[in-house]
Every structure is written in structure tokens, then in C-alpha cells.
Design a protein around this ligand. Structure first.
Ligand code: TXE
Length: 478
């Protein structure tokens, strides 16, 4: 595809084009994309600011209709978008289509939020006075997104921002921008006025500072160091910042777990979507009584995963999304081996019918929480088992990590489940379910340094995408 930027309703593809490569087939160029210049960013910021008064005051039924129509278009084109996603990012076709359907649901949800978002009315402490609390758009929102959910994350930032009356500049990942281009086309087709949504492509390092300094708010998902850098850049201008960053998510298996449920949740949560989810399980903490039985079953499950071309119907695990990520994963595997962890399954590249970044799902045994493998986010199909004495030690090990995004437990004891829910420091807790797999109607995110600046998704997203105004009214003179 020929990628295009969208600024003030004009499609642009001039300048040097940078290709994206299919991670399932390195001989296939998927798209060619222009790179935003500083001038492009400044222009997009200016038009987004110019459109803010009219969009924020646009009739709410019209705003809702545009979002709903965008959702309808995503649903109608889920096969096309999902296929492009699979070709450019490497998710299996089923995962790509599923993610596109999710993006459609997100637009439908926020179409409803346009009409649902209430203000408040209070009696005042002063006689004859009332207080109205109203929510206003935060302004021009820059949304900077990663490659691992190239349609869902652009959708959930854009839909929420537009629903609450903001104008948007979306800068998707340079590794997989195709779906964002298609989303921009659908927003135009749905009737969004020119300049309300703008799309800039290329590396965020080129235009990041300008966006961060001149937008009113920046919502970012990506690597923790990048998020920290954005926060620093935002400080002088006091730009509002929302960051969704890395995870090193623990999944605890207790002696009282249902073995089938525990194995399924660990396998899906860790290796699903090639392990490239910020909520994926990267540390599997198992108490000693169930350890051997669980490990034996898990090894079989991991070994049975079929790795291959993302578009092959038999494939369960697609390739690693890009070369940089593959090299990063292989580095972690090599250093884990060197530090004494035992590879139970995987640890090697896989041959397929095409040349691609195929990495076998990898499980290490005999790891401990001090190893690099268990401390830094890998973001690939790689995890280690940590054997512990009991529940107390499991909780201590799970909490011994500064990244606190998601966190899971397999247990049949309500008491244990409730204790874990209370004691976990993660932003999300799952019981007898994979740590990954978020839904769009409830809050998503974690505490710093996994997240910062308010949750995304559900009605909680209003906190970031709106500003509060408190108005006192003296009825005595009205
Ligand atoms: O992330 P980056 P990348 C982690 C994961 C992965 C690593 C690198 O560990 O291996 O990050 O992935 C834009 N100002 N996660 O390189 O660099 C960039 O163009 C403004 C975890 O994709 O953070 C892209 O659009 N923008 C994560 C976006 O930021 C900048 C999901 C993300 O890029 C910028 C993805 C700058 N200075 C990766 N520098 C998760 N946990 O969800 C880069 N960008």
C-alpha cells in the first residue's frame, strides 16, 4: 500500500518513502510510507487547534453518529484491515481480525459515551447558590502509538478523544502504520470534518518534541524509557500526559489450582499474540506442591503451538514483529542460558515456508527473580518458571518488580484469590484467567512506572480526555 498522511483533510505522500516488511515473509514489502517533518507537525497542530471550537461544540448526536459509522466501517472491513495487520505486524489472521472487531466495538462504545457523559449539579453552602461541575475537552490531543496493537490502540485513543470533543493528531508506530492509514480513511468517510483528526507518519523522535510541547495533551503507549522521555519533554509546557508503558506481569499458580485452567491461562497469557502484549505473563510463579505436574503439562502445551506464517490457517503463533524485537528476544534467551536457566522448550529460530522472524515459544525452568529474564520486559514469546515454597513467597516474588501493569493467579480458593486481589500492586488482577485480554468498557492501565496519568478505556478515560469546570450560580439575581 502507498501510505498517506492526513493533514487538514488533505492526503499527502510526498517525500522519501520508507518501506515496511512482512515479518512472515521478509521478501515482501507491505507498504511505503512518508515521514512527517517538523513543518507537517506544526501544520497539523495549527489545524487541530483551529478546528477545536467547532468540533467541541458540534451537536452530540452528530458526533456520536460519526463515531458509530466509523465503527460500522471497521466491522465491514475487518477482513481487509485484519489481513493488512497480519501482513505488517505478524499477528495471525484470526488475531488481526479479532483486533479490528475490537477497534469497531471501541468506536461503538464511545459513540454511546458522547451522549452518556454527565456533569454534576450540587447545592451550594451559600443560600440561593448552586454549583455546576461540567467537563470540557482538554484540547488538541497527540496520540502516539506502538506497533503491537496497530488498530486497537489508535482506535481507543482516537475514539475517546473525539467523543469528549477533542481534536486529534495520531502518530502510529513506524513499524506498522498501515491500519492507522485505513482508520483515517474511515474517519473521513464517516463524515469527520477536515482537520479534526490528522495523521502523521514516521519516527516519533523527529516530531515528538514539537507534538509534546504544543499539544494540550499527549496520550502515549510504548516503551518505558520513551514514556519517561515524553514526560520530561512535557514538563516545561505542563502538557497533560497519559502513559501506558511496560509490564513484567506475574502469573501465580498455587497448589490448589485447577491444573487445566492454570495451564490454559498461563499458555495463552504468555505466548498468545507472540508474547507481544504489555499485559502478557512474563514470570510464571509456581508453588512447590503443584510445580512438577504443572510444568510437565505446560511444556506439552507450549511445544504443541504451531509457529508459522501469519496468514496460514494452521498458524497459532505468528512471527516476532520486527528484526529489532527479534534480536532483543534472542539476546534475553542467550543471557538467560548463560546465567544458568534451563531451556525446557524452544530457545531457537523456526524454519517455515517463507523467510521470517519465527521464534519458537520459549520456556525456561529453574529461574529466580533476580535474573535479568525476570526483571526486564522482554515483549516476546519467552518466559521463565520461578518455583516458590508457598503463597507468601509467591506474593513477595510477584511484588518484587517495579513494573506493575497486570497480574494473575490460578487458585480454587476464594480466600487466596481475594488476598491476592488486595495485596497485588498491579493495576489489573486476573483470577483463573490470562493476565492479558483487556476489555473496552472497563479501566485499563497500571501504576508508575507501568502507567501514568489516568486510565484508558471505559468511562475512566474521561479523566484524561476532559478538564473539569466548576461554576457557582447565584440564583438571587437571575
Ligand atoms: O517502542 P517506542 P518500540 C516496548 C517493548 C519493545 C520496546 C520498543 O519492550 O521491545 O518497547 O518498541 C514513538 N517522542 N514496548 O520501538 O520506541 C514511536 O515512533 C515521541 C512495550 O515500538 O516506545 C512509536 O510511535 N514519540 C509497549 C511509539 O513512540 C516517540 C508496546 C512507540 O515507540 C519518541 C510497544 C519520542 N522521542 C513496545 N520515540 C507496551 N508495553 O505496550 C519514539 N516515539
Amino acid at each position: 500500500m502507498l501510505g498517506r498522511q492526513l493533514i487538514d483533510g488533505q492526503w499527502r505522500s510526498e517525500g522519501t518513502l520508507i518501506p515496511t516488511v512482512n515479518p512472515s515473509d521478509l521478501d515482501e514489502i507491505v507498504g511505503q510510507y512518508p515521514q512527517a517533518s517538523l513543518a507537517d507537525a506544526q501544520e497539523a497542530l495549527a489545524v487541530a487547534r483551529a478546528q477545536l471550537p467547532s468540533w467541541s461544540r458540534t451537536n452530540i448526536q452528530k458526533r456520536a453518529d460519526i463515531l458509530r459509522k466509523t465503527g460500522d466501517l471497521l466491522l465491514a472491513r475487518a477482513n481487509d484491515v485484519g489481513t493488512l495487520l497480519a501482513r505488517e505486524e505478524g499477528k495471525t489472521l484470526a488475531e488481526g481480525i479479532g483486533e479490528t472487531v475490537r477497534a469497531a466495538q471501541v468506536f461503538h462504545y464511545f459513540a454511546g459515551e458522547v451522549l452518556r457523559h454527565p456533569g454534576q449539579w450540587h447545592d451550594s453552602l451559600r443560600d440561593g447558590h448552586n454549583v455546576i461541575v461540567s467537563y470540557e475537552p482538554v484540547g488538541v490531543v497527540a496520540a502516539i502509538t506502538p506497533w503491537n496493537f496497530p488498530i486497537a490502540i489508535p482506535a481507543w485513543k482516537t475514539a475517546a478523544a473525539l467523543a469528549y470533543g477533542n481534536t486529534v493528531i495520531l502518530k502510529p508506530s513506524e513499524f506498522a502504520p498501515g491500519c492507522a492509514v485505513q482508520l483515517a480513511e474511515m474517519l473521513v468517510e464517516a463524515g469527520l470534518p477536515a482537520g479534526v483528526f490528522n495523521l502523521l507518519l514516521g519516527n516519533g523522535r523527529v516530531i515528538g518534541q514539537t507534538l509534546v510541547e504544543e499539544a494540550d495533551a499527549v496520550t502515549f503507549t510504548g516503551a518505558t524509557p520513551t514514556g519517561r522521555h515524553i514526560l520530561q519533554m512535557a514538563a516545561p509546557a505542563m502538557t497533560k500526559v497519559q502513559l501506558e508503558l511496560g509490564g513484567k506481569n506475574p502469573f501465580i499458580v498455587l497448589d490448589d489450582a485447577d491444573l487445566d485452567v492454570a495451564v490454559e491461562a498461563a499458555a495463552q497469557g504468555t505466548w498468545g499474540q507472540t508474547g507481544q502484549r504489555c499485559t502478557g505473563s512474563e514470570r510464571i510463579i509456581v508453588t512447590k506442591g503443584i510445580h512438577d505436574a504443572f510444568v510437565e503439562r505446560l511444556i506439552k502445551a507450549v511445544d504443541a503451538f504451531r509457529v508459522g506464517h501469519a496468514l496460514d490457517s494452521s498458524t497459532q503463533i505468528g512471527p516476532v514483529a520486527n528484526l529489532a524485537q527479534l534480536e532483543k528476544n534472542l539476546g534475553f534467551i542467550e543471557r538467560a542460558r548463560a546465567s544458568g536457566a534451563e531451556v525446557a522448550v524452544g530457545g531457537h529460530l523456526v524454519e517455515a515456508r517463507t523467510r521470517g522472524h519465527f521464534l519458537a515459544p520459549t520456556l525456561f525452568l529453574d529461574t529466580d527473580n533476580r535474573m535479568e529474564l525476570n526483571r526486564e520486559e522482554i515483549f516476546g514469546p519467552v518466559a521463565g518458571i520461578i518455583k516458590v515454597e508457598d503463597f507468601d513467597e509467591a506474593i513477595a516474588v510477584a511484588g518484587d518488580c517495579e513494573l506493575a501493569l497486570s497480574s494473575g493467579i490460578a487458585t480454587t480458593s476464594l480466600r487466596n484469590a481475594e488476598r491476592y486481589r488486595r495485596e497485588s500492586t498491579a493495576g489489573m488482577v486476573t483470577v483463573n484467567a490470562p493476565t492479558a485480554g483487556v476489555e473496552y468498557h472497563v479501566p485499563f492501565g497500571g501504576r508508575a512506572p507501568s502507567g501514568f496519568g489516568g486510565r484508558e478505556q471505559g468511562s475512566a478515560s474521561a479523566e484524561f480526555f476532559t478538564e473539569i469546570k466548576t461554576t457557582y450560580i447565584n440564583h438571587g439575581v437571575l
